[in-house]
Structure formats: structure tokens, C-alpha cells
Design a binder for this molecule. Structure first.
Ligand SMILES: [Zn+2]
Length: 241
């Protein structure tokens, strides 16, 4: 049996001397691990299409539970042009790779990821990362409360942010992960969650740093993922002012 699908390489792992195991996010199909024989060789017909951040039309052979690449036509490669871009692109892909389950259609996530990788060279990564994180969470059913305290429905001058979104000082559970949230960050967050992705891009980048802590709290509290790429992003963002 063969599967022909459009998709993106979201992870790659070296296997033996010349082979690779690719994790693909395929349209109308979802996440899939595929064996790519000879893909590490420069002369391989899979060489370009088997690089992480590459978008291709893949033809995959299925034999029992084993999937192997039999053809790949490269459409676009979103290869990052700097170390910072590389760290962010890796982080976005790793978040998707670790969160999604196998063979469960996630076309909206694929679309989001491709858009983000396309925009990464053009827009501040700190800004684009916040949009990605909250849109990703929203698409997966994690929507923070952004209008009032999620426990008592009040709205005070000083508000905090935890796993469920806004929370007031009285309702705050200090044994759990939380942070403060400024009004400016909240305005940016409301725009992210209520606006279509394309409409956000021209907005000012001024509040993106203020949303770093709330995004970390929200993702860490809701997703139990051990991301290798996270520490690089934390390093970049802690020193990027
Ligand atoms: Zn409250």
C-alpha cells in the first residue's frame, strides 16, 4: 500500500551510516514516522526533502506497521538563516512533534506551523513565538480566560496568570505556577486569541516581551512536555532586551 501526501518534516534522526528516520506532519493524515533509506547521502534522491523544515509531496510505502519513503518531491524548504531562527524553528516543530499523537489529522496545526516558519525570517521571533504558542494551544483546546478572574469573575487593577488564564490575588493558588500579567500583555493576548492569524502580523511588536512569562506559565502548566529546545529559547529571551 502507498500513501501520497503533502507534508512537513518536523523531526529527523540519523539511523546507521546513511539512513534517517523522519517524523512527518502530513496533510489529511497527521504525524507519522517514516524510514528514509540512504537519505543522509548527498547523492540520495531524498536528501533535500528529508531535511527538517522541508515541505514536500511524499510517497510512502506501508508494509504492516512499517512506513518507508519511496518518493519525495521537494516543494519548499524553510531552512533558518541564523542561530536564533534555527532555535525558534526547532522549538515550534518540537512542540508540535511532542504534543500530537500519531496518525490523527491536524491540518490546522500544519497550516499554522508552515505560516510561522515562512514568517520567521521577516518578523521578530519573540513576537511570532507568542502568536504561535497561544494559537497552538487554542487549536488544541487550551483557551485561557482573558476577560476576568477564572475563579471569581472579578477584574482588578493587578491581575495574575496561571494554567487557566487570568486570576485575581484572592483566588491565586501560590503553590502552583503563576506570574503577573500587565494590561499591555493582556491586550496583545486578546488580539492573538480573537484575531485571524493573518490580521495580526502588522501589529506592533511592543508588547511581545511582556507576554513571555504568561506563555511559559500557560504551556508548562497545561502540557507536560519535556522540550529539549526550550532551554535555548529561554536563554535567547532572557537576554533579548
Ligand atoms: Zn478571583
Amino acid at each position: 500500500m502507498t500513501i501520497k501526501k503533502y507534508g512537513l518534516v518536523i523531526a529527523e534522526k540519523s539511523y546507521g551510516e546513511s539512513d534517517k528516520i523522519l517524523t512527518l506532519l502530513l496533510k489529511n493524515f497527521g504525524k507519522l514516522k517514516v524510514y528514509a533509506r540512504g537519505a543522509k547521502k548527498l547523492s540520495s534522491k531524498f536528501f533535500a526533502a528529508s531535511q527538517i523544515f522541508s515541505c514536500s509531496e511524499f510517497v510512502i510505502s506501508k508494509n504492516k506497521d512499517f512506513y518507508s519513503l519511496s518518493q519525495a518531491n521537494l516543494i519548499e524548504n524553510f531552512a533558518p538563516r541564523s542561530y536564533t531562527e534555527f532555535c525558534y524553528a526547532t522549538y515550534f516543530c518540537e512542540l508540535v512533534e511532542k504534543f500530537l499523537s500519531f496518525q490523527s489529522v491536524a491540518d490546522n496545526i500544519l497550516l499554522l506551523l508552515i505560516k510561522i516558519l515562512k514568517l520567521l525570517p521577516e518578523i521578530s521571533p519573540v513576537y511570532i513565538a507568542r502568536i504561535f504558542e497561544f494559537k497552538f494551544m487554542q487549536l488544541n483546546g487550551f483557551e485561557p480566560q482573558i476577560n476576568f478572574c477564572h475563579a471569581c469573575n472579578c477584574m482588578k487593577n493587578k491581575m495574575y496568570f496561571d494554567s487557566d488564564g487570568l486570576v485575581c490575588e484572592n483566588c491565586l493558588d501560590r503553590t502552583k505556577i503563576f506570574c503577573m500579567i500587565l494590561d499591555s500583555a493582556l491586550i496583545f493576548l486578546r488580539a492573538i486569541l480573537s484575531t485571524k492569524f493573518n490580521e495580526l502580523i502588522d501589529k506592533t511588536e511592543i508588547f511581545s516581551h511582556e507576554l513571555i512569562a504568561p506563555s511559559r506559565v500557560f504551556i508548562s502548566a497545561n502540557l507536560d512536555l519535556n522540550l529539549n529546545s526550550k532551554k535555548f529559547i529561554y536563554q535567547i529571551e532572557n537576554f533579548s532586551d
